[in-house]
Design a protein around this ligand. Structure first.
Ligand code: SF4
Ligand code: SF4
Length: 484
């Protein structure tokens, strides 16, 4: 295996090493020499001038001032150094006896919704089954399960995400669970951090006051411009919703807690334009995601909404060039809207952390349905084969074997992939949807992940040059599960 990756972006050639997470910028001459030395295939498009840029810090850049004649020796040394970097250690959790690693719980408070968005991946939380809300009694059992797991957890912060459907349809139960967990914080010496994903239509009055007081993040779905949002996100009976949601966002008591989330489809404005639209609302945390491929592959309407990958990549590149140029006009990041999903990916690469497992589904995070059934994460809810138990039985939770002992180095085809310590095997739930096997990625999935990773690496290199301070900014992320 040639354990590095060569790629071209923005007219520059880059060299990335998976084990060390170091990124180097290469000149045409350095690229040619490297390909000759290593036998690696020469990328078709070589246009940059020679500069090799190694650095000791992970995923960083610095200048190596080699004369062309010295290149073979320098590059040989570089390969020797990089290719002997030890592979990352396994991420398997070592919990002390009687302890666990759970730190994140997603609760389907409502498997029902008051809107009918055209791309909804879980069909208003119902997954096509009869809809319903979590009852008070179930909520009590769920709360006790969380308390008992939190008590044995090695984490100090426990994240509770209210999800749906539309969780604010069930505000009394949201309040009941929040206050009960709050009451127990001192006894358990834990900090419960509450978040909610809402469509924003009910984010008003007492509900808004309560969330502003007790929650650390409120994700509100808003698809950019009014005309687009109203087509993509109509109310349950087809009514328009943009105006009401925007009024709720504007009136929300603490806008710092809000994160606006847009889903991009073939009906949407491009990424950059949607971002511009959302920045006009005075909310600094913005997240844009393309309507993606998990679930309901068989639905032709849904398929038509998926933006073709090449267009996604083009839009992302256009956006990142604009974003980096705009950010670089500032000396610090405090007033700049934060594109949370993109920046999370870029700063994740920048930190150089290596991962051997994709996520903590079922190991340190759980999702619980409105009926009290426990699943590894929100994307596995209502897939009975992955059910881990029930909140009311008191029996130990059992994790599906496929998710139990994954290690990226032991998994085909991931073990030979240059992105393996960043992607770490990808999303089990997406693989399950696309191939029928939670550990088997679809080739198209891998192609998309790698293309996006090249864009993030390129953006990181640009930021290091033009606005390095922006990479130091804390995303204020409440620790939401990494979603591939
Ligand atoms: S899922 Fe695909 S992109 Fe991710 S590590 Fe495995 S082979 Fe690489
Ligand atoms: S990466 Fe996939 S399997 Fe893991 S938590 Fe996210 S949605 Fe679930």
């Amino acid at each position: 295996m040639t354990d590095f990756h060569l790629f071209e972006a923005g007219g520059v050639n880059y060299l990335f090493f998976p084990s060390s997470a170091r990124l180097y910028q290469l000149s045409k001459a350095a690229l040619g020499t490297l390909c000759r030395l290593s036998g690696a295939p020469h990328p078709a498009d070589i246009s940059a001038a020679l500069r090799a840029l190694p650095h000791d810090a992970p995923a960083d850049q610095a200048v190596l001032s080699a004369e062309p004649g010295d290149l073979s020796a320098e590059l040989d040394d570089l390969l020797q150094k990089e290719l002997t970097v030890a592979q990352p250690a396994s991420a398997a959790m070592q919990n002390a006896p009687g302890r666990n690693g759970f730190h994140s719980f997603s609760l389907y408070l409502a498997q029902s919704c008051n809107m009918s968005c055209c791309y909804c991946w879980n069909r208003g939380g119902s997954f096509g089954k009869p809809s319903g809300l979590m009852g008070e009694q179930t909520a009590q059992l769920v709360t006790e399960l969380i308390l008992s797991l939190a008590e044995g957890s090695s984490a100090d912060k426990i994240f509770i995400n209210f999800y749906g459907g539309e969780p604010l349809l069930n505000f009394p139960v949201l309040k009941q669970i929040t206050l009960r967990l709050r009451q127990q914080e001192a006894r358990l010496a834990k900090n419960f951090c509450f978040t909610v994903d809402t469509n924003g239509s009910l984010l008003e009055g007492e509900t808004a006051q309560f969330l502003a007081r007790h929650f650390v993040q409120i994700g509100v779905s808003l698809d950019g411009r009014q005309e687009i949002h109203d087509v993509q996100r109509p109310g349950f009976n087809g009514e328009v919703t943009w105006e009401r949601i925007v009024a709720n966002v504007r009136a929300f008591p603490n806008r710092k807690l809000l994160c606006l989330r847009a889903t991009l489809t073939t009906l949407s404005d491009p990424y950059l334009e949607t971002f511009r639209q959302l920045t006009t609302l005075g909310v600094r945390r913005i997240q844009l995601e393309y309507c993606h491929e998990t679930g309901y592959q068989e639905n032709p309407v849904y398929q038509e909404l998926i933006v073709p990958p090449e267009r996604q990549f083009e839009e992302l590149r256009e956006f990142l060039d604009y974003y980096v140029d705009t950010v670089s006009l500032y000396q610090n990041s405090s007033d700049i809207p934060f594109v949370s999903s993109l920046m999370d990916n870029i700063t994740r690469i920048r930190r150089g952390n290596r991962y051997t497992r994709p996520c903590g589904a079922g190991m340190n995070m759980l999702a619980i349905s409105s009926r009290g059934e426990v699943f590894p994460c929100i994307a596995f809810v209502e897939r009975e084969e992955f059910a881990m138990g029930r909140a009311d039985t008191g029996s130990p939770l059992s994790l599906h074997q496929t998710l139990a002992d994954f290690e990226v180095d032991g998994q085909v085809p991931c073990h030979a992939c240059w992105l393996r310590y960043d992607c770490a095997g990808g999303c089990y739930a997406t693989h399950y949807d696309m191939t029928g096997h939670a550990r088997q990625p679809h080739p198209q999935y891998c192609k998309n992940m790698k293309a996006k990773a090249e864009i993030y690496l390129y953006a990181m290199a640009q930021m290091l040059k033009k606005c390095p301070w922006h990479l130091e900014r804390d995303s204020d992320s409440p620790g939401a599960p990494y979603s591939a």
